[in-house]
Write a protein that binds this ligand. Structure first.
Ligand SMILES: NC(=O)c1ccc[n+]([C@@H]2O[C@H](COP(=O)([O-])OP(=O)(O)OC[C@H]3O[C@@H](n4cnc5c(N)ncnc54)[C@H](OP(=O)(O)O)[C@@H]3O)[C@@H](O)[C@H]2O)c1
Length: 265
């Protein structure tokens, strides 16, 4: 007997069994989720905080269109429609809320992340020492300094499992102690603290191959930057991504602008 004839019905049965299995897998929410969160394109995963608007949303847009898997966080994911249209995952995160940070870490347990962009921030414009309010000042430090510290701490296992090992902290040129023309109490201190955290973290994680960067985006037309700012979000993020993609081990712990220039501490 011709063996190919004998095996034809078996092959057909195997084909249908495999097709059925594929259908079941496609319909499974668990597996569908793990696909959405998996590594698309060139397989890199980026987590961006405050990704529902402004620079965070533009980072999400550009990395997603470049084939990255984007995990974007928002304080209110239900309202983050622009982000949800782009990101593989939109997860809740308020960087001042420790339960929220813990829940994020739990949701991402075991999932490698190549790059963390600590982008979420606030900018209360406090012009004179008489205007400093203790609660507002403390909140600025919580959002801009302690928030990124705790988010980084919580996601370190994910970042250690990632290949890139990049931690990018979005700072400001207003954090420069050398170039300080006054005003903006609280904000300057909060971002200077973020810069110090970046440097300290870089020193600790350098043996593991991490690159940590404090990156100033320029003056950008977001809700924070206002309509008179010199750069569009697209221009700023395109430039920052260029800086990020050029990073090597020797750049860790630096304070740079979107142009690539080193900013004086
Ligand atoms: N735009 C500029 O000219 C400029 C210049 C220098 C540095 N920066 C820095 O760039 C980063 C992004 O700024 P942007 O211009 O895109 O500002 P933005 O348009 O005001 O967006 C700020 C983002 O941070 C989020 N956020 C605020 N408080 C948060 C909290 N407690 N937990 C989690 N997320 C929180 C906001 O979420 P909600 O929508 O829920 O409020 C929003 O997604 C900031 O770190 C900022 O300091 C901006």
């Amino acid at each position: 007997m011709n063996p190919s004839i004998a095996t034809r019905p078996t092959c057909r049965r195997l084909f249908w069994a495999l097709s059925l299995l594929a259908l079941i897998i496609g319909a499974s929410p668990v597996l569908a989720d793990s696909h959405a969160g998996g590594s698309d394109g060139d397989g890199k995963v980026v987590l961006i905080t405050g990704a529902n608007r402004g620079l965070g949303l533009e980072f999400a847009r550009q990395y997603a269109s470049d084939g990255w898997t984007v995990i974007g966080t928002a304080r209110s994911p239900a309202k983050a429609n622009d982000l949800k249209a782009i990101a593989a995952d939109t997860l809740q995160l308020d960087v001042t809320d420790r339960d929220s940070i813990a829940a994020l870490a739990k949701a991402l347990e075991g999932r490698p992340i190549d790059m963390l962009i600590n982008n979420a921030g606030i900018f209360p414009r406090v012009g004179a020492i008489e205007k400093v309010d203790a609660d507002d000042y403390a909140r600025t430090l919580m959002v801009n300094t302690l928030g990124p510290v705790l988010v980084t701490q919580a996601l370190l296992p994910n970042l250690r499992a990632g290949e890139r090992k990049h931690i990018v902290n979005i700072t400001s040129q207003l954090a420069s102690i050398e170039n300080n023309g006054g005003n903006f109490y609280g904000y300057r201190e909060s971002k200077a603290g973020l810069n110090m955290f970046t440097k300290t973290l870089a020193a600790e994680l350098e043996p593991e191959g991490f690159v940590c960067l404090a990156l100033h985006p320029g003056w950008v037309r977001t809700d924070m930057g206002g309509p008179s700012a010199t750069l569009s979000p697209e221009e700023s993020v395109t430039a920052m991504r260029k800086v990020i993609s050029s990073l090597s081990a020797g750049d860790s712990g630096q304070y740079r602008a979107y142009t690539g220039a080193v900013v004086p501490w």
